[in-house]
Each structure stands twice: as structure tokens, then as C-alpha cells.
Design a protein around this ligand. Structure first.
Ligand code: NDP
Ligand code: 8X3
Length: 257
């Protein structure tokens, strides 16, 4: 096992759910954290919590990953002491809507593609060259079971996560010959704010997604992410699908009714 103590870990989408859990797990393991999201107040709360609990040093970034110019300028202007990022967790992302494709909301599509695909690419493009130069680094992309097969109404979200799968595979190939590692973690149903965001704030509808089954928690995913990051340097866990026991695939779940 490799220690992440004093490593610099950059987590996008750290203000909630899986990203916030990853921050806790890496902080407990002794890492220094760059935490990014749009909701800066939440990052401030999280940073204060991690400082108090684990003595973690954090560098907080108010960043919308869809903003290409902001991503490039923010990441090229990191203070020297934060610039040598060891681990990038590309977690920021969202789903919007569950409409049939031919009835879909085009603004929803743009938001998902811009954040889940283009945002992940902008961040990766800004950080990986430094990893290659320093001959050290690990990119961990949060994909989804939705990237393996579409489900009704999932259309564009599933496509965006299929893109994350292809990008992870392509990046691994492009980094061959360097020690930089690439992992894609593909969660199934995890209870976070994901469905509240998908249904534009409709909490009752969001609750039905996880009703009568035992979903994963964000900590279940953070645990896997930290596991991947702490393997010996010659080991690359390329892909991990993590589902609840109550979920067989993107469309088959067991509800205890
Ligand atoms: P949450 O809604 O709880 O968290 C999403 C995070 O992404 C928030 O921190 C949000 O921060 C951030 N985010 C969204 N859009 C942007 C943006 N444009 N710029 C920067 N940050 C952004 O959901 P999850 O924790 O569940 O989602 C995390 C990742 O996991 C996503 O990529 C999601 O697709 C994936 N996933 C989730 C599953 C689930 O069942 N929950 C299953 C499989 C994958 P803020 O709004 O403050 O910017
Ligand atoms: C999130 C999991 O099945 O709700 O990526 O699309 S699912």
C-alpha cells in the first residue's frame, strides 16, 4: 500500500456527495486537498471541518468546470505550494431530467455535456501535463454504471458517462510509457443530492429513486477511490464497477416491497 500522506489531491465537485466523502477519506489518510465546486460556502464549511478533525491543509477554489477560461487560468495560477498535484479526482458532474430523448430539454443536455464531458476534459488537460513532467500522478474519473448501458430517459446522461469511460480508456493509452495512472470508478445507485439535482429540486421524486432498496453511500465510493489511489505504483486499477447488492445493472434493481 502506498501512503497518500502529504500528497496533493485535487477533487472537483467537493461540495456534496461523493466528492465531499472523498475529501474526508483522503484527509483522514493525511493528504493535502484542493477542493473545487461552485458553492464556495460549502467548501469553506468542509475545509474548516477537515482542519478541525484531521488538521488537513486545504486550498479552496470556486470553480465552474464548464468555464474553460476559468479552469485554465485558475489551474495555471495555483500557488507554487499547491501546483504539484499528485492525484486528480474528476468527480464534478450531474444529471438533469429523465425525459424521453425526443421530449428532452436541450438546456439540460448542454449542462450535462458541458460539465460531465467538457469540464472533465478541461480540468484533465490543465493538470495532466504537470503529472507527466514530474513523472508522477494518478487521474481518477468518476464515471457511472450509466456509461455501460443506457436506461429509459437516461439518454444524454448515459452518453456523457459513456464518454467518461472512453476518455478514461483513451487517456490510459495516451499515458502509456509514463508512470501516471488512470482509473475510472463507475458507481451504481448512490444516495446523494444527485437525484434532487436531476429532478430540479423535487425532493419527493428524488426520494423514490432509493425507496425500498439499500443504496450505496458516498463513503462506499470514497473508500474505493482511496483504495485505488493507495495501490503500489506498478498497479493500475483501470476500471471499477460498484453497485448496491440490490442492483444488478442500470435497469434491474430489487425493491423490498
Ligand atoms: P451531488 O449532486 O451530491 O454532487 C455533485 C457535485 O458536483 C457537487 O459538489 C457539485 O458542486 C459538483 N458540480 C456539478 N456541476 C458542477 C460544475 N459545473 N462545476 C463544478 N462542480 C460542479 O452528486 P454525486 O455526489 O452523486 O455526484 C458526483 C459524481 O458522481 C457525478 O459525476 C455523478 O454523475 C457521479 N455518479 C453519481 C451516482 C449516484 O447515484 N449518485 C452514480 C454514478 C455516478 P456545486 O453544485 O457546488 O458546483
Ligand atoms: C448515476 C447512477 O443509475 O442513476 O450515474 O444513472 S444512475
Amino acid at each position: 500500500m502506498v501512503s497518500v500522506k502529504d500528497k496533493i489531491v485535487f477533487i472537483t465537485g467537493a461540495s456534496s456527495g461523493i466528492g465531499a466523502s472523498c475529501a474526508h477519506f483522503f484527509a483522514e489518510a493525511g493528504a493535502k486537498l484542493i477542493l473545487a465546486a461552485r458553492r464556495f460556502d460549502r467548501l469553506e464549511q468542509l475545509g474548516a471541518q477537515l482542519q478541525e478533525k484531521f488538521g488537513t491543509s486545504t486550498h479552496l477554489l470556486a470553480l465552474d468546470v464548464r468555464d474553460r477560461v476559468a479552469v485554465a487560468s485558475t489551474l495555471s495560477n495555483l500557488p507554487d505550494s499547491w501546483a504539484a498535484i499528485d492525484i486528480l479526482v474528476n468527480n464534478a458532474g450531474l444529471s438533469r431530467g429523465l425525459n424521453k430523448l425526443h421530449e428532452g430539454n436541450i438546456d439540460d443536455w448542454e449542462e450535462m455535456i458541458d460539465a460531465n464531458v467538457k469540464g472533465l476534459l478541461y480540468v484533465t488537460r490543465a493538470i495532466v501535463p504537470g503529472m507527466v513532467d514530474r513523472a508522477c500522478g494518478h487521474v481518477i474519473n468518476i464515471g457511472s454504471i450509466a456509461g455501460r448501458a443506457a436506461y429509459p430517459g437516461g439518454n444524454v446522461y448515459c452518453a456523457s458517462k459513456a464518454a467518461v469511460r472512453a476518455i478514461s480508456d483513451g487517456l490510459k493509452q495516451d499515458l502509456i510509457g509514463t508512470p501516471v495512472r488512470v482509473t475510472e470508478v463507475e458507481p451504481g445507485l448512490v444516495e446523494t443530492e444527485f437525484s434532487i439535482v436531476r429532478f430540479h429540486g423535487d425532493r419527493d421524486r428524488a426520494t423514490t429513486v432509493y425507496q425500498d432498496l439499500t443504496p450505496l453511500t458516498p463513503d462506499d465510493i470514497a473508500d474505493v477511490v482511496l483504495y485505488c489511489a493507495t495501490r503500489p505504483p506498478h498497479v493500475n486499477i483501470s476500471e471499477v464497477l460498484v453497485v448496491p447488492v440490490d442492483q444488478a445493472n442500470a435497469t434491474l434493481v430489487h425493491r423490498h416491497r
